[in-house]
Design a protein around this ligand. Structure first.
Ligand code: COA
Length: 260
């Protein structure tokens, strides 16, 4: 496993997946895209895992983009397949039934920002920089960047980042709604683990219901989204965790959720 582009480690119910190509600033080549897809499928299937943290190895980068060296010689058909490969993996992360936090420890550029945007929450070091610099290479984003940034931060921010290609700092990314939290770099890991532990202790089926509603509802008319939410709301009343949560509240004690 020494040549795997990922490191995977568990602390209780939190799994950390680290893109481990620090000498290439964790750039996403095809092997890394595939390894991420497999790693997220495994995390989804593992009943002991309730939250996932995704980050990059080394002090400089979360992920500095798709691998430019690998992309440079692609034919148009190969480039389309490379784009689809990344998009499929990122869609799988976005639709994962467990919450995923992107811990942005440095540059999140191009495919790196696209990867962070398919996660459910983003926490960044104050020194991090994010952007969609593809235009500087004569390219456009190809792993969903034009679409997810549009939905996350709106048209003005998307056009600014994609057309100008200049990275922005973490504070501005937070102002634009691209990242949820910004913390001093030295506290990034600790703050992320606090957040992940909180997510992991929440009722898993309720987390899943929220993720499903937000994923599905964001893409349809409000009537359809509301109908889907009501159906999910009804379904959650079939869970032991819902009984436990409401009973614990009424008994003034802390709930213990078991994921059933
Ligand atoms: N793809 C492939 N390799 C990359 C890469 C990428 N997206 N980003 C960085 N690297 C490699 C560099 O080629 C270099 O490799 P080398 O040491 O074998 O030459 C190594 O990572 C370190 O990068 P370097 O550019 O020397 O670091 P820096 O601190 O001077 O600059 C960045 C950091 C992020 C500003 C710069 O690496 C950069 O602009 N990267 C590309 C960002 C980008 O355009 N992403 C979108 C791709 S579609």
């Amino acid at each position: 496993m020494t040549d795997s582009p990922l490191l995977v480690s568990d602390r209780d119910a939190v799994r950390t997946i680290t893109v481990n190509r620090p000498d290439k600033l964790n750039a996403l080549n095809a092997a890394t895209l595939d390894a991420l897809h497999v790693a997220f499928d495994e995390a989804a299937a593992d009943a002991g895992i309730r939250a996932i943290v995704l980050t990059g190895a080394g002090p400089k980068a979360f992920v500095a983009g798709a691998d430019i060296a690998e992309m440079a010689t692609l034919t148009p058909v190969q480039a389309r397949d490379f784009s689809l490969r990344g998009q499929r993996m990122m869609r799988a992360v976005e639709r994962l039934p467990k919450p995923v936090i992107a811990m942005i420890n440095g540059f999140a550029l191009g495919g790196g920002l696209e990867l962070a945007m398919c996660c459910h929450l983003r926490i960044a070091a104050d020194t991090a920089k994010v952007g969609q610099p593809e235009i500087n290479l004569g390219l456009i984003p190809g792993f969903g960047g034009t679409q997810r940034l549009l939905r996350l931060a709106g048209r003005a921010a998307t056009l600014e980042l994609c057309l100008l290609g200049a990275p922005i700092d973490a504070a501005r990314a937070q102002q634009l709604g691209i990242v949820n939290r910004v913390v001093p770099g030295a506290q990034l890991e600790e703050e992320t683990m606090k957040l992940a532990t909180q997510l992991a202790s929440a009722a898993p089926l309720a987390s899943r219901g929220i993720l499903d509603c937000v994923n599905s509802g964001g893409e349809c008319a409000i009537e359809e989204g509301l109908a889907f939410e009501s159906a999910q709301f009804g379904l959650i009343f079939a869970t032991e965790d819902m009984r436990e949560g409401t009973t614990a509240f009424l008994e003034r004690r802390k709930p213990a959720f078991n994921g059933r």
